[in-house]
Design a protein around this ligand. Structure first.
Ligand code: GLN
Length: 274
């Protein structure tokens, strides 16, 4: 089987399914996208062919490609992912763009609550080398993945802290206030049919009680005591949660509350200023 024949096994020409097959093949053959395109007649070894067919079978069962190849591009980084972490979503890049557009101090103190692969903390660290960034997660294996990703990209200034939301912050940091709290917490309503399609990803990172709002509310309620004057909170949320998140921010005293849409045109990120 050559590369052209292998790609023909999945999806229509130019479909997303076909593109995923190409990414899988690039990973197995260790070829760049350009080299894959230029070598359509290259024949796969028996082992490569078997690996490719196994991968296609996993994709057919709705397993995310990122778990099959072990990494996912996010912002400018290639992040290692494992079954202990959520797969970083392109929507979350809106969080990064939103944060970078804020007027924050040159040496901003930042915390990313529930970092997972480290996506938000590491993307910000890659853009702002002077920021003092802490990334937290409740789950040790996830935090190990985030640390691994920091090392992989030489982002060694980021601090990592294990624990639930603000509890992760050490005694030393309990005296520290932040200029920015950022988080992509679990926000899917347990009743949402969408959850069933995400069976391969850790539910703990996806689903929250109270229609998906319980973690968002907790993070917002505790935020004022952790923020400097004029500090910002930037939160990712579900497409239908902008009003609820805006109301919570206003209820806990935040100003300049507004919502930013993702590239799919859905409300995705809401922010407010202390
Ligand atoms: N945006 C993700 C999804 O709907 C959920 C991410 C999250 O819960 N934080 O698939």
């Amino acid at each position: 089987m050559n590369i052209a024949q292998a790609l023909n096994l999945r999806g229509q020409v130019d479909s997303y399914e076909r593109q995923e097959a190409a990414w899988l093949l690039e990973h197995i053959l260790k070829l760049s996208p350009l080299h894959l395109k230029m070598n359509m007649m290259q024949v796969l070894s028996a082992e490569q062919e078997q690996q490719f067919l196994d991968g296609l079978m996993r994709l057919a069962k709705n397993e995310p490609l990122a778990y099959i190849i072990g990494s996912q591009p996010f912002w400018t980084l290639d992040l290692t992912v494992t079954s202990d972490t959520l797969v970083p979503r392109p929507d979350t890049e809106i969080v990064i763009e939103t944060v970078l557009a804020l007027d924050l101090p040159k040496v901003a103190h930042v915390v990313d609550l529930g970092t997972g692969t480290g996506a938000i903390a590491l993307a910000l660290a890659s853009e702002k080398s002077l920021w003092q960034i802490t990334a937290t997660d409740i789950y040790a294996p996830s935090l190990e993945v985030a640390k691994f990703n920091a090392e992989k990209h030489g982002l060694n200034e980021v601090n990592f802290a294990l624990g639930s939301w603000y509890q992760a912050l050490s005694i030393q940091q309990r005296n520290e206030k932040f200029d920015l709290i950022v988080s992509n917490p679990p926000y899917i309503d347990p009743e949402d049919a969408h959850v069933a399609k995400l069976e391969y990803e850790p539910q703990r990172a996806l689903v929250a009680d109270n229609k998906g709002l319980s973690d968002l509310e907790f993070i917002i309620r505790e935020a004022p005591q952790w923020l400097n004057a004029n500090g910002w909170i930037v939160l990712e949320h579900g497409y239908d949660q902008a009003n609820a998140v805006q109301d919570l921010l206003k209820q806990y005293g935040f100003e300049n509350v507004c919502t930013v849409q993702d590239y799919g045109g859905n409300d995705r990120v809401t922010l407010g200023q202390k």
